[in-house]
Design a protein around this ligand. Structure first.
Ligand code: IPE
Ligand code: IPE
Ligand code: MG
Length: 246
């Protein structure tokens, strides 16, 4: 079915507020095309662009994309440096278009391991978009769910010691110390490439997320398939532990 027709099938009353994507399979896509892994990553950036455009078009409030994990440092130096450069260069290249589309973009993840000038560049570029009220786009960069929780605990300890926190720690307080503070939890988590695991992505926030796995490699993931995943999500019954009457 045509992309536009698929969009018309979306139930406006049951739209997800937050979709998170584990963009996997760039390397295998490159293997299949008998080219270098880095070309798979380059191709993957084009997919990010078309999925962000689609998210804007359907009025999605939050989109989080997993770009680089705290474990991805285990790859070769060549691949790591290529990825880091590609991510920043793409941000710089796309920022004007993103701003025009009312996208509010931020990077979530750990500051450790990343060079200071890298941070400065990302921050300066993203800041220009922070008055925007459309799609909130999170790029998970040097992100690890366990690191995020450890960072949160350490900040909480500091605030207990300084007397800023006087209450007991509960779900809400902890959530407010995560990189995703004040954002809704992901309703739907998509993973491409056929792997069916979280790989340290949003481990606290995904407690009640719906999952959608596809064998499609990330560079081949289309707008049509993105809309299909949302249509599938809209047919699910979320029970949150209840009998599901409501
Ligand atoms: C996803 O593609 C991109 C990142 C993890 C940065 P991969 O590079 O993991 O591709 P595969 O899994 O090796 O095919
Ligand atoms: C997860 O993909 C991380 C990103 C998509 C950025 P990986 O390819 O690193 O995950 P594993 O190693 O297969 O679990
Ligand atoms: Mg992978």
């Amino acid at each position: 079915m045509e992309y536009k027709q698929l969009i018309h099938k979306l139930d406006k009353e049951r739209m997800p507020k937050h979709i998170a994507i584990i963009m996997d399979g760039n390397g295998r896509w490159a293997d299949l095309h008998k080219t270098k892994r880095v070309n798979g990553h380059k191709e993957g950036v084009k997919t990010v662009r078309s999925i962000v455009e689609t998210a804007v078009e359907i009025g999605l409030p939050y989109l989080t994309v997993y770009a680089f994990s705290t474990e991805n440092w285990r790859r070769s130096n060549t691949e790591v440096s290529y990825l880091l450069k590609l991510i920043v260069d793409s941000l710089v290249k796309e920022i004007d278009e993103l701003i025009k589309n009312n996208v509010n973009i931020r990077f979530i993840g750990s500051k450790e391991e990343l060079a200071k000038n890298y941070h400065k560049k990302v921050l300066e570029t993203c800041q220009k978009s922070w008055i925007n009220t459309g799609l909130h786009l999170n790029v998970a960069m040097n992100y690890g769910g366990r690191r995020e929780l450890v960072d949160a605990f350490n900040l909480i300890i500091e605030d207990i010691q300084s007397g800023k926190i006087t209450s007991k720690i509960d779900d809400e307080l902890l959530s407010n110390y995560l990189y995703t503070a004040k954002m809704p939890d992901p309703d739907l988590i998509i993973r491409t490439s056929g792997e069916e695991r979280l790989s340290n992505f949003l481990i606290w926030q995904s407690a009640y997320s719906e999952f959608w796995f596809t064998k499609t490699m990330w560079p081949d993931f289309s707008r049509e398939e993105f809309i299909r995943s949302i249509l599938d999500f809209q047919n699910r019954k979320r029970r949150y532990g209840s009998r599901g009457e409501n």
